[in-house]
Design a protein around this ligand. Structure first.
Ligand code: CP
Length: 338
């Protein structure tokens, strides 16, 4: 019997977890979702205190960590970038040592992967990566849970990410899918292909899991036979000056009904980690329309509201999956085998 120890571990990047462990977290999320739907208490973190550190804005991750912590019986405390000394008057190391003496677990959303790693190194409590420029691991458990809910399996599913292939979500999807045996394709302009080290990492995992990896700029070839089309914003947080360049570069990679038809799959589902530029109902959306004449970007409003769209199930799954991650690493659960 293979034993695993989740207790006390941080969740900083998917590559730190085995296929069985990631699959366990997905299945445990499904279990906790069922308990939640049936109103059955699951207070695995009774009496624990959770720090939520946010250098960047967030709707889903913040809301998911907050509600998940409360459902688990823990107390979440939001510490925004202007609320604490982190990085400005106090080093990451010193902040980690202080927070680790008061809190039982720490979530961090920010720019640098090094910061989340230092928090884990110096706090002595589990640290959960709520997004850095490199990885978005808690998003992955929700995403692959959504795929599993729709297809009943992960192995052999064709997941196609279209758009900015160098961002944190693309990195995480490529590596996590490869670990889990999901055939991963990144369809992007060559200048936005994933970094060579990320591709090499994914290819290494794919050799073990049997997943097929494709990186291409050819949309027709890349989306053919897709079970899942996935996209993300064309400009990530902190890159706002790149809007014009990215709109020109990524227009052919927009998820629209032509692309949906090119998949030749009626059972297709569409995922988006959100928020999405699918209309002009936001400040940014209005600005983009005024400055560049575009009313929708990475996904059209028609597709966003279509029968294929699963982005709101995916958003809900952030809560169930973050709950699973926190409970498994901090909840003193007995997990004899994964
Ligand atoms: N998908 C995601 O991380 O959403 P937020 O930025 O709203 O947390």
């Amino acid at each position: 019997m293979k034993k695993t120890v989740f207790q006390g571990r941080s969740f900083l990047a998917e590559k730190d977890f085995s296929r069985e462990e990631l699959q366990y977290l997905i299945d445990f999320s499904e279990y906790l979702k069922d308990l939640k739907k049936r109103g059955i208490p699951h207070r695995y973190l009774e009496g624990k205190n959770i720090a939520l550190l946010f250098e960047k804005t967030s709707t889903r991750t913040r809301a998911a960590f907050t509600t998940a912590a409360i459902d688990l019986g823990a107390h979440p405390e939001y510490l925004g970038k202007d609320d604490i000394q982190l990085g400005k008057k106090e080093s990451v190391e010193d902040t980690a040592k202080v927070l680790g003496r008061m809190f039982d677990g720490i979530e961090f959303r920010g720019f640098s992967q090094k910061v989340v790693e230092q928090l884990a190194e110096f706090s002595s409590v589990p640290v959960w990566n709520g997004l850095t420029d490199q990885w978005h691991p808690t998003q992955m458990i929700a995403d692959f849970l959504t795929v599993q809910e729709n297809f009943g399996r992960l192995e052999g599913i064709n997941m196609v990410y279209v758009g900015d292939g160098r961002n944190n979500v693309a990195n995480s999807l490529l590596v996590t899918g490869a670990i889990l045996g999901v055939n991963m394709r990144i369809v992007a302009p060559e200048t936005l292909f994933p970094e060579a080290n990320i591709i090499a990492l994914a290819e290494g995992y794919a050799k073990v899991s049997g997943a097929e990896i494709m990186i291409t700029d050819d949309v027709t070839k890349g989306v053919d036979g897709a079970d899942v089309l996935y996209t993300d914003v064309w400009v990530s947080m902190g890159e706002e000056e790149k809007f014009e360049e990215r709109i020109t570069l990524l227009k052919p990679y927009q998820i629209n009904m032509d692309m949906v038809k090119k998949t030749k799959n009626d059972n297709l589902i569409i995922l988006h980690c959100l928020p999405a530029f699918h209309d002009t109902e936001t400040v940014y959306g209005k600005q983009m329309a005024e400055r560049f004449g575009v009313k929708e970007m990475e996904i059209t409003d028609e597709v966003f509201r279509s029968q294929y769209a699963r982005q709101f199930d995916q958003a809900e799954n952030r809560m169930h999956s973050i709950k699973a991650i926190m409970a498994a690493t901090l909840g003193n659960l007995f997990i004899p085998r994964v």
